[in-house]
Unconditional design. Sequence first.
Length: 436
Amino acid sequence: MSDTPTAHALDRSKELFGRAQQLLPGGVSSPVRAFQAVGGTPVFFARGKGGEAFDEDGNRYVDYCMSWGPLALGHAHPAVVEAVQTTAAKGTSFGTPTREEVGLAELVTQLQPRAERVRFVSSGTEAVMSAVRVARGYTGRDLVVKFDGCYHGHADYLLVKAGSGLATAGQPDSAGVPASMTSTTVVLPLDDEAAVSEFFAQRGREVAAVLVEPVPANCGLLVQRAEWLQHLRAECTKAGALLIYDEVISGFRLGAQGAAGLLGGEPDLMTYGKVIGGGLPVGAYAGRKEIMEVVAPLGPVYQAGTLSGNPVAMAAGVAALTTLRDGGWDQLERNAQTLDGLLRPLFAEHPAELVRVGSIFWIAFQQPAPRSWGAIDRSGAERYTLLHRELLQRGVYLAPSAYEVFFVSTAHTQAQLEETAAAFREALAVAFGGAA
Ligand SMILES: *Cc1c(COP(=O)(O)O)cnc(C)c1O
């Protein structure tokens, strides 16, 4: 194990990645993990504790990827580990209703009163797919409106102009998706009231749902105006369409009520993933009772899952949300403010901007920071590659793509945050070629 930034051997990661490439397409189970955007060998993490993680070679990192969002409490939080261990020891899955899923549903509905009914699934992708199906079943309409750059998981009809993974690969859309699948998907630009009004004037009565990341965080962090979200609400109400907030990344990270609580706009349905499972595979969709009751077995919209509501995953979710409720969110905001205070002055010395919403951060390599996908200066990606490499060598782990955000947790210590700032100071100077 090494604490020094210079001793950064990746022999074991390289060896494992070589084996992985013979077995898994690209050596990974999810594309951006392959480091193609930033180059070099993907780091194989072996263990983590709090704000730090250790790779297979024993290198230590202050981790800001945090499993791409789920770990609001950091790695191996004692309450989550204990919940997983005690629950797993009693049996890992039953296929019956369990106490644990009732417990998580109680927590979710207490924390977020807009969630009058909740259905658990196993991923964010599944949550969004199911919520859209509910909206279509409830309204009897087909069209779904989404926004350029927003990612909603990898359902066929939502893989259109969908942010980081595709953007990193330089593709607008995925191959393997028949045009017929996306013919009922309409893509509009973010941050543009007129585009929404114009579309709704023409075809509002065909729209089942407007689906939006209220805090778009999968194509950089494109902070939206609350008025724009209010505008979506107003158009949906007028047209009899549902408004779905995809809170897979923002839910239970930006406080109890997520982006809906922060920005308003009053969604009819919300989708969850990431933080809600405390690091285990959990997704959920939730919303108004009369809408959610179209779901089977009460209504005609079918949706099911063998491992849905899995007790071990539910117990992890209960532990995570309870810990966040009991002071966790306050700690998260304090840590986010501390990191912001340390990093922002460093960015002021360069033509870049630190963007933050709560504990979600992004580096925009332009000023002012963009609010829409089309406004992102693509040349920032090269700068990010340099920055990422320099930070990695100094023991700070960020997601390996310029279009990904990074996350602080409740577990990052003051010392780790200061160490991060010191690494950023040096890495920024290198990345900007002494422009400081
Ligand atoms: C991560 C994410 C998803 C997909 O969730 P998975 O668990 O990866 O399937 C969907 N929507 C948003 C906003 C996300 O951030």
